[in-house]
Design a protein. Sequence first.
Length: 191
Amino acid sequence: MIPADGKPTDKKTASEDQVEIGAEVSQDVQEEDCRELLKKREKELKDTQERILRLAAELENTRKRLEREKAEGISYANESIMRQLVEVVDNLERAIEHGEKKDENCEGLLEGVRMTLKNFLDVLARFGAEPFESVGVVFDPNKHEAVFQEQSPDYPDMTVTKEFQKGYTLRDRLLRPARVGVARNSKNNSC
């Protein structure tokens, strides 16, 4: 209010003070709400960023695992056909053994079978399948299949003495175990 003399006074009414105080309190409350909301949003943002980083790392690990499985699948894709071809090699070897034991004159045929066997072994080697030697080495259940045990003074205990069927590996994986006879020379034969 302006008094009659025309000069304004600094006197405020009580209701005006209450309105002003209410506005200040309301502004403080709004600022506090905004701060809390900002903290909440910052925490949500941080959690979301961490989750995105974890998902990116998981995606990268999955990509690497799939690449490794793909490479391994390509390397060993021929495994089943190699098993079948090894059986053909066995038959060719048996034909050569049989031909060498006979007195008949079939040297030309034997030479042809030897050449065929060599070609088969070369093809197998090109694709990573190779035979491994067993006679004279220590019996390894991961590479050998024991057919029988025998007393043999020529070999130490648990040494392969005879090979009935060659074993093959495909790169670093066992394709087929060798079927072998094993020396058992221990004095305590409880088995």
